[in-house]
Ligand binder design. Structure first.
Ligand code: RP5
Length: 167
């Protein structure tokens, strides 16, 4: 199976980014995580992305905050799908990172999830890899069914509570 690369601009992003790890583990998807910065270590970031397809990666997830150019800088070096996670910061609550990540020029897209959306980035990476992996598709369908069952249970509990309130 192809690997997922998870790149973050700083180790300060890790508390958010690590929410992607259990999702990928649950689906049995191998991954690597690295700190490369578009601004502080641009050569390492670009070099990693340029070699990623040859190294067996199928998707790159890139997380950064503030002037979040990391996902775009990686996308510039590869035709692998790049998923951007805008990281929320103390000053603009992640709106800066969201706009910097999502507003890519035509031809070099970054599939951007919500601010701090690390878990969804992992789910989306899994969906991309599942296009060529029927077993993974099956595991994802099982997960969706479990989610549906959970919501149905919550609705049933709510109905019971409302019925009790009317008694
Ligand atoms: C971004 O600047 C990083 O992705 C991080 O979200 C933010 C702050 O980085 P540190 O100063 O904590 O290293 O490049």
């Amino acid at each position: 199976m192809k690997k997922v690369a998870i790149i973050m601009g700083s180790d300060s992003d890790l508390p958010i980014v690590e929410k992607a790890f259990p999702v990928l583990r649950e689906y049995g998807i191998p991954f690597e995580a690295h700190v490369f910065s578009a601004h502080r270590t641009p050569d390492e970031a670009a070099g990693f992305a340029a070699a990623a397809a040859r190294q067996g990666f199928g998707v790159i997830i890139a997380a950064a905050g503030m002037a979040a150019h990391l996902a775009g800088a990686l996308a510039a070096q590869t035709t692998l799908p790049v998923i951007g996670i805008p990281i929320g910061g103390a000053i603009l609550d992640g709106m800066d990172a969201l706009l910097a990540t999502v507003q890519m020029p035509p031809g070099v897209p970054v599939a951007t999830v919500g601010i701090n959306g690390a878990a969804n980035a992992a789910h989306l990476a899994a969906q991309i890899l599942a296009l060529s992996d029927p077993d993974l598709t099956g595991r994802m369908n099982d997960k969706r069914e479990a989610m549906r069952a959970q919501v149905r249970k919550k609705d049933a509990a709510l109905q019971e509570k409302l019925a009790q309130a009317c008694e």
